[in-house]
Ligand binder design. Sequence first.
Ligand code: SF4
Ligand code: SF4
Ligand code: SF4
Length: 441
Amino acid sequence: MDKFAEIRVPIANDNPSIRRKESKCVKCGKCKDVCAKKIGVAGYWKYDSEDIVCINCGQCANVCPVDSITERDDTDILMQAINDKDKKVIFITSPAVRVSLGEMFGLPAGEFVAGKMVACLKKLGADYVFDVTFGADLTIMEEASEIIDRITNNKTLPQFTSCCPAWVKFVETFYPQYIPNLSSCKSPISMQASIIKSYFAMKENIDPKNIFLVAITPCVAKKFEIKRPELADMYGKNTDLVVTVREVSRLIKKQKINFKTIKESNFDSAFPTGSGAGVIFGASGGVMEAAIRTAYYLTTHENPPADLLNFKKLRGYTDVKTAEVILLNRKLKLCVVFGTARAREILSRLKARKIDMLEVMACPNGCVGGGGQPKQFNNDDAVIKRAQGLFKQDEIMKIKSSYENSVIKAVYDEFLISPLSDKAKKYLHTTYINRKTKIIK
Ligand code: SF4
Ligand code: SF4
Ligand code: SF4
């Protein structure tokens, strides 16, 4: 039992995402405040046992002024894998990392540092470095096909996005009646991991058992996600380790790699940078905008018009955004939310709102404000600048939509057949758990 649970969030010893260093805690209450007001978890369950409710978002770590709460540091496990000559270490890097990692080395928030990031990972000992924008594009192919299927076959609506593991756990814990609304799509890192350990391993003639797959993410909830038994495949966990921006930057410094001067490298060519749609996944509204671009194409066989390639109503930095779009001869009502506390309000009046698609990301402004991102106590704009960095990158990219990504086309042609095929469902989709029993309030 945590005797200070009235003041602060209790943390289970086996929490895979965060930990508390007791000696540092000054009992300021900031962790509980953010967990209650922004995440909507503290105060919504009764603390009288060791069965602690946490959706692993890590926002408490981001506000802790003295680093008493931090991400779980898994860098020793990473170094062990790198030093194991039998292992092929493959890094995959999430979209939001490339606009925040530079901050850990004195560069401004939002500065695009993908080339330096890849170079540092190679220097650390990566055999391959791949871009998760491929996984994001794959997610969109499946998620856009799923919304079309739900609409045309009168299945459960609204469809909820499922790429944020903290949001998924929030639904499973507090609103299990809405589990059928969650898209069955795995998150981008989990989709990409499945494809790497199957299709890529087969093509490259690598035994999947010898692959050690590390996701570099802005997210501590992914440390929980990769332990979900539903995601395990015949080789065990499909993603072996999740390392956050803060952890990887510590490792880069420890290995005395000069981030500022290192010569930039490109992602390895099997999964190079995907579409602009995949890049904007890291900011609130990005998943929805990406899905609409591809859903438009799949239903009209035409490229989306300019206003859908810069969907202004879904962008911006307010925690609830709504928009409408005509698809399949009907008006689809879209809603984008960040902060699971705000999502509570949306879910409480879900029927009345008549939403068709709901995107929820737990963290402020989406993954750019993730629980594993650099802490920015004195720079309120940092998270917004990171989001702007992603949208700016989308603007200059030639390939805007997931269906245009040639590697995506090849993977479907050579392996998955088509979105929502039996094979796609086997490798790219998942199931969920009713966790309501833990709520004893
Ligand atoms: S925010 Fe940090 S210092 Fe403040 S109560 Fe929570 S753990 Fe302790
Ligand atoms: S990780 Fe998120 S849900 Fe868990 S205690 Fe911290 S703020 Fe609350
Ligand atoms: S918003 Fe992004 S960083 Fe935050 S918990 Fe969800 S997936 Fe992780």
